[in-house]
Each structure stands twice: as structure tokens, then as C-alpha cells.
Design a protein around this ligand. Sequence first.
Ligand code: NAP
Ligand code: MG
Length: 487
Amino acid sequence: MGKSPTLEFDSKWDLSPAPESTGHINLKDQYDLFIGGKWVKPSSKKYFDTINPATEKVIAKVAEANEKDVNRAVQSARKAYNEVWSKLSAGERGKYIYRIARLIQERAREFSVIETMDGGKVIRESRDVDVPLAAAHFFYYAGWADKLKYAFPNRNPQPLGVAGQIIPWNFPLLMAAWKIAPALATGNTVVIKSAETTPLTLYKLAEVIESAGLPPGVVNIVSGAGETGAAIVNHRDVNKIAFTGSTGVGKIIQRAVVGTNKKTTLELGGKAANIVFEDAPLDQAVEGIINGIYFNQGHVCCAGSRLFIQESVKDIVLRKLQDRMESLIVGDPMDKNTDIGAINSKEQLGIIKKYIEVGKKEGATMYQNTCDLPKKGYWCRPTLFTNVSQSSRIVQEEIFGPVLAVQTFRTIDEVISKANNSPYGLSAGVWTDKGSKIFNLTSQMKAGIVWANSYNKFDPTSPFGGYKESGFGREGGLHGLKPYLNL
Ligand code: NAP
Ligand code: MG
């Protein structure tokens, strides 16, 4: 793939740094567990470091919860459920959730900066996507709290009790909002665990919950490793498990809850197809491809990691795509000009690098942008592979990094069968100016979400979830209430 003589983009804009300030944030050196409305020391007495993946510096020490701590958290959630939360009117529950939403908005800047420091994602994304959407989810579900009978007419919606929730590191605050807001609106209490590399915004949320005056024990927040998550999953007094994370851990959880009364929702991995037809607005499509796979470092379960281009426009799309890739700025996530921030952890960078090697060994042709990378921190250039086949590992397996595998197609039937040839079925994108093609495709794609002429658009009113190994159950929208109710 040579470079185009008719570049639509300059290879790099010469922008002065525009770093977001950190002077306004408030962080402690050490975070204890938030159980029963109090900050409590872990019974293990152990703390682990959470680092900034862009600088490799330790930001804070965070408590490691063991089985005993999880038990304490579940007991306090049960007590709050029995004694307070289940007795409160739905309207009163709604007021607390509104309060949480408003406080997140008031502290949005602080949340954004901490999300970026702890996870490596660009400030533009945490500021414009994660934090506003998290607040929007609380607002949205606050509105449902006293309308459950209208949501499910002729049914008798009842809460389940204690919900155990486990979230990943790619959208820490947002995933917490997706889980806590519907659980509270439906009258459940919560024990939630953050991911090991990104615990901080959940503890900031604990501060918001304190300020909102939420009754103690309604939301309990713990941190720790996989064993902490397993302790929640295996606890006998938990009525519901909501998990977002990898398909591998999802399978372990599913096995663990077999034969119990626990309700489960699993939001797992993905390998989304982004499909560009020859009649698509190509510049818009290229922007959608970039947004779909490279922004947020490809750390998105619904990332458009498989690109299918109709043969007749393959050359032009690839040329535009490479030109646009070359203009992407990889670096300091706190800089408002940066497009691609730090990879979340050293481990994740190792996984991505391994897959890039696999791609090369499989005989695919690689293209990467050529920008400079910072010396410290974990970085990966936006990468694309052509000359791949349906059976290539980089086409079949989730990489969870900024790596795109490109294939071509001639007919709509061909691309539908190729796109569906995946163990996953979370999301997809389609670019065309024909509504009929969009409808044909959306009705045949095995994907929970299909974006048409857009990508990675989220809204609290819209349900999200997968098919096949991408999990089951829906979060968001009216659908997102159901997994927390006995109907
Ligand atoms: P992960 O390794 O599955 O971890 C997810 C969470 O589960 C973390 O809090 C993790 O704790 C915890 N955990 C690990 N082992 C556990 C066990 N045996 N029992 C209970 N909990 C356990 O996934 P990840 O690497 O953090 O996140 C990336 C994955 O999440 C990708 O596959 C991505 O596609 C998926 N994801 C899916 C969605 C969706 O909505 N479908 C959204 C975002 C991400 P530690 O952090 O301590 O390991
Ligand atoms: Mg971190």
C-alpha cells in the first residue's frame, strides 16, 4: 500500500500542547473499601498500587478485598435492603438517584481527569463520553424508579435483593453507572467491584454517594483482583450477578452460578464487523472506521475491529484510511489534542503486541502510523492489517487494542456471511446511502447493536448487549430494568 499523492490530510497538524490541568482534583494516597457507608480497612491489610499507564507512576494505594470483606459488604447490602431500601417509596428512591446524577455532573471535570489518569484514555473521551454518559444513565434510571408498573403493565415488578456487580477497566465509571443505576431504580442494593487497574473513579463515586446521603449499605464498593470478583459470584446471599468483562471469565461465572438461584447478565467480548459499501459517503465512513477502532486505544468491546470494504472502493478507502491514520496523535492522554492515549496496562500492551506478531507470522501485510511515541508509559501505534483471511487469528480473536483487520467483499450476502462468521455477536457498523441495504443487513446480522452511518454511539435509552459468546441480557433502556426484577 503506497502513500497517496493526493493527500487529504496533512500528515500531522502542528498543535501546541493543550494539557488539562490536574490542580482541581482531589485524590487520597490510599483508598479503603466503602462498606455500609463507611471507609473500612481490608481485613487482609493488603493494598495494591494503581498506576497511571501514561507515566507508569503510582497514583494511589487501593485496598484488596478478600472473601471476609466481600462477606461484610454483602451483609451490609442485605441489611440495607431489608431495613431501608425495600421499605422506601419508589419516588424517594428516584430522588437519591437524581442526586447522584447531579453530583456527577457537578464534579464532571474531576471525574474526567481521574478517569484519564487511572486508565490512560484520552481526556477528550472521558470528558465528552464517559462522564456525561454516566450522569445520563443515573438521570435516565432515576426517572424509571416510580414507573416500573407502567414499564411492565399487568405484572408485579419486584426487586431481587442484593446485586453483585463486576466491571472491567475500559469504561470504569460508565460501567458502574450502567450497573448501579438500574439496580437502585428497581429497588435492589449493590456490591460492586472495580477492575484492578482502574479503581479510582469508583471510589470517587463513593464520595458522591456519601454526599447524596444514600442510606448506608445501599451501595458497597470493593476493589481487588479476580478472587475478589469470584467471592462476590460465589457468595450465597447474592441474588443477581451482573458482569462485564472477557468471555473467558464470563464462562467461569456461568459455571459458578449453575444450580443456584442467581440471575445473571453477562456482557462479554466482541469482534465487530464494520462494513463499507461502494455507495457510502466515504470520508464519513473513514472517520467512522477510525472512531470505531482507534479512539480509546481499541479498548472497546464493540470496537469495529474487522473492516469489510466493497471491492470496487477498496483502494480509495484504504488510501484515505492510511492518510487519516497518519494524522492521528498518540501520546499524553491529558492533552486535549491527543487522539490515542495509553494502553491500559503493561499486560494489555503485551497481549496486543503478541497479536501484532501473530498477524505478521500469518502473512498479513501491516501498516502502522509513524508518529513518535513517548518514552515512558504503554503505547501502541494505530495498526492495520490487509491480506488476512477469515481463519486468521487476528480476524477471529478479540485483541482489545488499536489493531484493524481488513477484508473485502463483492455482494451483500457474502459480507453478511463473512461478518457473522465469528464466535462473537456484540455489534456491527454499516456504511451505505441505501436504507434498504441497512434494513436487509440489520435483520440478518447476528449482533446486538448495528450502527448505520455512525459508530460507537451510546444513549441510556437504548439497550446494549450481545449474541453468542458476547453474552446475554441487556443493559440500558427499558430492557435494562428487567434483569433486576422478578416480574
Ligand atoms: P476480565 O479480565 O474478564 O475482567 C473483568 C472483571 O472481572 C475485572 O473486574 C476482573 O478483576 C474480574 N475478574 C477476573 N477474574 C474473575 C473471576 N474469576 N471471577 C469474577 N471476577 C473476575 O476483563 P477485562 O480484561 O477487565 O476487560 C476486557 C474485556 O471486557 C474484553 O473482553 C471486553 O470485550 C470486555 N468488555 C465487554 C463489554 C460489554 O459490554 N460487552 C464492555 C466492556 C468490556 P481484575 O481486574 O482484578 O482482573
Ligand atoms: Mg490505573
